[in-house]
Each structure stands twice: as structure tokens, then as C-alpha cells.
Design a protein around this ligand. Structure first.
Ligand SMILES: *Cc1c(COP(=O)(O)O)cnc(C)c1O
Length: 415
């Protein structure tokens, strides 16, 4: 039997991509050609014939489709079913944190748990889309810099598509990620530098024609995959947006993608003009967006000496910085930094109080929500959604066990 989430792969598809556009200058680029960054070195955004999409992508049509990210196909760039590369990108659940919220004097606190996706992180959404497009274009070799989860997703989807993959990561990337990347069929190199140092190697290899560069926002389609978080969230909330979204921000693909999704949904008449306040959450040890936000700048400077346990948001420089800052400002949100101690405490609390094991980056969003509630930035009864972007099981956990000698008398009542 065909798995539920793959059922639509057998249907005829139609896509509505009209062209691509430079996110900075608005310059137009043709669809159906291989693209990297725009001429001015900024991300390209995919544009659709939203008038035509409006007729097909209705609430009724969606009700008939499998609960996966491909259900929004009219708003996705893949033109042919045969090019879809899928490992089962099922819709992720929204889980409440009632006790954690109450302990901080709040309520209505929800987590979109992206750790349930293939390869255990939301990188699957973006990479599935980018690899599908690479397959459509006949690309045979892809390279990427990663802090761990993106490389793991690339390895898996590359193997699935029969595309060769090479991944470069900082040498202190979480060990499980480095091994997972290799286990899923990529060649992985540990580099004595940060993710942008790895990106430089990837860029040089791409310029010399050795491979295609799939770095965050340096090709147009990862945003389209990440955008499905916004589409899915709104549909799950009964075609409504939450009041506030807390997003752990590295390269910012998800934040930019969701912002784009809300705009498209409004154009389709599926939501109104209300937007959630977008909170870009970073770690105190790597907070370029927070610094730029507070200084009122449009672009962020590279953060020197970046350090945080939350590897996924240890991104000193983002090519889409202005898009992150623009979305945050337009939404009436803010950029906030939290300490490593606070984000680890948040992981601990959500697991003990509500049974949900967050990843450190997810913990950062909870720590930020607490700060925001305490500062009066978020009302106690406002509906907040935190993004937990990977499964907490991918990260080292402290050992809190005790040993028991079965050859000695065991005092059962004391256990
Ligand atoms: C990549 C990643 C992030 C950051 O996501 P962006 O959309 O690139 O900002 C956050 N958390 C985890 C676990 C990640 O893997």
C-alpha cells in the first residue's frame, strides 16, 4: 500500500510558478533555470500566479489531501511528480506546554514540534524541496556547509535522489550529526572554523564547477520548503495565525519562509491581514540579528567569536539578514538573545513539567518566551507558538542515573 503521505505522488500536478525575483532589488529571473543568488548577491524568491492558485488551493481541496507538506503543491515549485524526493514529510503536531506556561505566569503556550520530521529536524522541509529541484535540473553533485542538521538532511535526501553529496561542518559540530551525515551517504569533512568558513570552501568549489552550492538561501528553493511551516501552522490553527511566533534564528530561512507564506495566504483569501509578531531568538554568544535590530540597522555585521551550545543558531553571518530584520519589524516583533544557561534550563523544565524534550534551540525559544512574558512584551493569555526545530534526542543529555547492585539486598521502598 502507498503510505498516506505519498499518496499524492501518483496524481497529475500543475504548478503555478511564474518567475523568480531578487529579494533586494525586485529584478526578475526566469523560472525553469538553475539559479543561485541574484546578481547583487542576495536571495531569490519564487513567485506564483496567485490568481490561478486561488481557484485550486481551496480549503475544500485541502481537506481531501494527505497530511504532509506536499499538500500545498500549488504553492510549491516542483513541476513534475517524478521529481519529488520524499522520506515522509508528515505534518508536525502542535503540542501545548500547560505546566511550563503556568509556572511562568502565562498560558496558551504551544510548540510546533518539528523534531518529528525525517532526519529529526525541520531542515528536512527545505532540503527535500531543494533536492527535488536539483533533481529536476539534472544536478548530480551537491555541497553544503552545515552546523549539523542541514547536512544530515542533505545526506539523506541526496541518497534518496541518487545525487552525490559533500558536507563541511565546524569541527565541534555535535558528534551525532557528523556521524549521521556519513551514515546517510554523504562525504563529511570537519573544518577548523565556523559555518561561514565552511561556506567559503563550498562557494569556491561551486565557482570552480565541482558541485552545486546548496547553502542556506544561496539557492531559491529551501525557503519554499520551509514556508510550509507557515502554511501548515495556519491550517492547523483553523485558518488563523497565532499572536506571537518565537523562532530560533540562524540563517533565518524558516522565519523568512513563514513570512512569505502568510503573504501568499492573504493573497489567496485564506487568511486576513493579521500577522503574528515574529520574535527572532538568538543565543547571547551569537546574536548578530539582535545587535542589528537594536541598532536600527538594515543589515547585520558578522558576529566575531560566536559560541553557544545551540549549534543550529550559531550562525555569525546570514545572507538574508535584511529579510529577517524586515519581517521582524513589519510584524511588530523583536529580536531577543538568551543565555546558554537559560536555554538549557528551559529544555530541562519543559521535559520535567510537560514531558516534551526540546532541542537546545527549541529551549532558546522557551527561554525567550519567559523573558518576553516577564518584560510584558507578550500578554499572559496571548497565543504563542515556539518552534522546536529538532528532536531533543539528537543532543547529549546529562546522566542523572544511579547504579543498583542486584547481588545486595535492595531496599525497594527507598527507590
Ligand atoms: C538550522 C536550525 C535552526 C535555524 O534555522 P534557520 O531557519 O536556518 O534560521 C534552528 N534550530 C535547529 C535545531 C536547526 O537545525
Amino acid at each position: 500500500m502507498t503510505p498516506l503521505w505519498n499518496a499524492n505522488l501518483t496524481e497529475e500536478r500543475e504548478t503555478f510558478v511564474t518567475h523568480l525575483e531578487c529579494s533586494m532589488t525586485g529584478e526578475r529571473y526566469e523560472a525553469d533555470q538553475v539559479h543561485g543568488l541574484s546578481r547583487v548577491g542576495r536571495p531569490l524568491l519564487v513567485r506564483y500566479d496567485l490568481e490561478a492558485v486561488r481557484e485550486q488551493l481551496t480549503r475544500e481541496a485541502l481537506a481531501e489531501r494527505p497530511l504532509d507538506m506536499w499538500r500545498y503543491r500549488e504553492l510549491l515549485p516542483v513541476r513534475k511528480v517524478e521529481n519529488i524526493v520524499s522520506l515522509g514529510e508528515a505534518a508536525t503536531p502542535i503540542v501545548s506546554l500547560p505546566r511550563t506556561a503556568a509556572a511562568a505566569g502565562g498560558s496558551n503556550l504551544l510548540v510546533k514540534d518539528e523534531g518529528r520530521l525525517p532526519t529529526g529536524s525541520f531542515k528536512a522541509r527545505g532540503i527535500a524541496m531543494a533536492v527535488a529541484m536539483a533533481k529536476a535540473f539534472g544536478i548530480t553533485k551537491i555541497a553544503m556547509p552545515t552546523n549539523g542538521n542541514a547536512g544530515a538532511a542533505l545526506a539523506a535526501y541526496g541518497s534518496r535522489a541518487g545525487i552525490e553529496t559533500v558536507v563541511f561542518c565546524p569541527d565541534d559540530t555535535p558528534e551525532i550529526n557528523v556521524r549521521e551525515i556519513a551514515a546517510q551517504g554523504a562525504r563529511v569533512y570537519r573544518v577548523n572554523g565556523l559555518i561561514d568558513d565552511c561556506g567559503k570552501i563550498v562557494g569556491e568549489g561551486a565557482a570552480a564547477g565541482h558541485w552545486f552550492d546548496l547553502s542556506t538561501l544561496k539557492e531559491p528553493y529551501r525557503i519554499e520548503g520551509k514556508k510550509t511551516m507557515g502554511l501548515e501552522l495556519v491550517e492547523q490553527l483553523g485558518w488563523d495565525v497565532p499572536d506571537v511566533i518565537f523562532y530560533p534564528t540562524g540563517g533565518g530561512t524558516g522565519l523568512i519562509g513563514m513570512w512569505k507564506a502568510f503573504g501568499e495566504l492573504e493573497a489567496l483569501g485564506l487568511i486576513g491581514s493579521k500577522r503574528p509578531r515574529m520574535i527572532a531568538v538568538q543565543a547571547e554568544g551569537c546574536a548578530p540579528m539582535v545587535k542589528a535590530f537594536e541598532a536600527g540597522e538594515e543589515h547585520a555585521e558578522r558576529w566575531e567569536g560566536a559560541a553557544t551550545v545551540a549549534a543550529g543558531i550559531r550562525v555569525p553571518r546570514a545572507v538574508g539578514d535584511f529579510l529577517i530584520l524586515r519581517a521582524v519589524r513589519e510584524s511588530g516583533g523583536v529580536a531577543m538573545a538568551v543565555s546558554d544557561a537559560d536555554l538549557m534550563q528551559a529544555v530541562d523544565d519543559a521535559a520535567r513539567l510537560d514531558g516534551l524534550l526540546l532541542c537546545p534551540e527549541g529551549g532558546a525559544t522557551l527561554a525567550a518566551w519567559r523573558q518576553a512574558v516577564a518584560a510584558g512584551l507578550v500578554g499572559a493569555d496571548e497565543r504563542s507558538v515556539l518552534f522546536n526545530c529538532a528532536t531533543g534526542l539528537k543532543y547529549p543529555l546529562p546522566d542523572a542515573s544511579k547504579t543498583l547492585d542486584r547481588h545486595q539486598p535492595v531496599d525497594l521502598a527507598s527507590l
